[in-house]
Design a protein around this ligand. Structure first.
Ligand SMILES: Cc1cc2nc3c(=O)[nH]c(=O)nc-3n(C[C@H](O)[C@H](O)[C@H](O)COP(=O)(O)OP(=O)(O)OC[C@H]3O[C@@H](n4cnc5c(N)ncnc54)[C@H](O)[C@@H]3O)c2cc1C
Length: 380
């Protein structure tokens, strides 16, 4: 029995997008990994097909469909075994801030282009001196007539080079309380004083253009503030649950894909005159991994269903984010082991999957922060 209510339309959508990725993404992954960035045309192709921001309301150019379409896009993207085309970050993490808190002008200006892929988005919370402690950010935002003036630096920003619009967390230096002084501002890449820095060289996620960004007397119209003044921290707390859920979706899907590719390999690779899948150790390892993956899938699907019903999942999503990402790391490691020396070679997809999965425990709130949140809400 499926936990999630996938309709025939959802299933058809999954089949179609899988074919699209097989044709338009997988053949280009090596080239994108080498280049350290995904070309804008790929984003535009996604937009053309309606694969970006499927939940954006129709009046702003979207399809206005349910969250399961986003789940399908994220899961099918995981099958492409690369992280560069960060559509879930754009569609399900950043754009929801614009939909929920953007002024009418912001929505009308940017949302239709977010749907077509003409406007790629990013989210800027982390700074060189603060990541986990979000309330300690230093980037400042002050009002000057009809404008907001921003100064500061962000780092580790996914889609940092490609982005046309960033949802930026910044603080009013005049407000002492660390939480109530934070604003979220939609900053277009064309804004005066918005400077893109270097693309970071990372251990994995090679095709993702993670970058440093600088704001030097950067000016945007006042109506580019999202929500009300000082409500930034509250808005982030509200939306971070979905970001963490997307992370868990990516982790479980990645684990499923790694297991699939490893089972296939173990059935083909022979040692001592028989497929390595016939060794009891291989069988036990695969069964252990399959059990963990199924546990993750069951927990995750239940959470997705609850999230869609509007249930508060803050504790469970913190647990899911930490547990599924660590499970994916365990699976990645065992899968490399079962590939032997080939698991350590670039031409075998498990090698990329292994190094790409590592960062999932670090971003979207580290796993230690996830446990801290769960502990707090459990009254510990
Ligand atoms: C590939 C990649 C993409 C990213 N994309 C984005 C993005 O798009 N936008 C964005 O804003 N950020 C992004 N980040 C940043 C990411 O969210 C941060 O790296 C993360 O939040 C951790 O912050 P930090 O690196 O400053 O580590 P720190 O906060 O310095 O943490 C270092 C260690 O201390 C631990 N620690 C810190 N505080 C506590 C505590 N209270 N209790 C227990 N342990 C603690 C942490 O868990 C961690 O193990 C990205 C990072 C990477 C690597």
């Amino acid at each position: 029995m499926d936990i999630l209510p996938y309709s025939d339309e959802h299933k058809i959508f999954r089949g179609v997008i899988r074919k699209f990725f097989e044709k338009e993404v997988i053949p280009h992954v090596e080239e994108w990994e080498e280049a350290g960035i995904v070309p804008r045309e790929a984003w535009l192709k996604m937009g053309e097909q309606g694969y970006l921001c499927p939940q954006v309301p129709e009046e702003y150019g979207g399809l206005g469909v349910d969250f399961l379409y986003s789940v399908i896009v994220a899961e099918e993207l995981a099958r492409t075994n690369h992280a560069g085309l960060a559509a879930p970050l754009h569609s399900d993490v950043v754009v929801p801030y614009l939909v929920a808190f953007g002024s009418e002008e912001v929505k009308r200006t940017y949302l239709p282009k977010c749907v077509t892929g003409e406007c790629i988005t990013a989210i800027g919370m982390t700074e060189p001196n603060t990541g986990s402690d979000l309330a300690a950010i230093k980037t400042s935002v002050v009002e000057d007539g009809d404008e907001l003036v921003i100064n500061g630096q962000k780092t580790f920003i996914s889609n940092g080079i490609n982005c046309d619009l960033i949802v930026l967390a910044a603080r009013d230096p005049a407000v002492e309380d660390p939480h109530s002084g934070i604003d979220l501002v939609a900053v277009p890449a064309t804004a005066e004083g918005f400077v893109k820095g270097k693309r970071l060289k990372k251990v994995g996620w090679h095709s993702q253009d993670t970058a440093e960004l600088f704001f030097e007397d950067c000016r945007v119209p006042k109506n580019h503030r999202l929500g009300s003044k000082g409500a930034g921290f509250m808005m982030m707390m509200q939306k971070l649950a979905q970001e963490r859920l997307m992370c868990a979706i990516g982790a479980v899907a990645a684990a499923e894909v790694m297991l699939e590719m490893t089972i296939e390999y173990c059935k083909e690779r022979k040692a001592f005159g028989r497929p390595i899948s016939k060794f009891q150790n291989t069988q036990f390892k695969i069964v252990e991994m399959a059990t963990e993956v199924k546990l993750g899938r069951t927990f995750l699907d239940k959470l997705i269903a609850e999230h869609m019903e509007g249930t508060n999942i803050v504790v469970e999503v913190s647990m899911a984010k930490y547990w599924t990402t660590e499970m994916a790391r365990r699976v990645a490691d065992e899968c490399v082991q079962l590939h032997g020396g080939y698991g350590y070679c670039e031409e075998y997809p498990i090698a990329r999957a292994w190094r790409d999965v590592r960062v999932m425990s670090i971003f979207a709130g580290t796993n230690e922060i996830m446990k801290g949140i769960a502990a707090k809400f459990m009254g510990l």
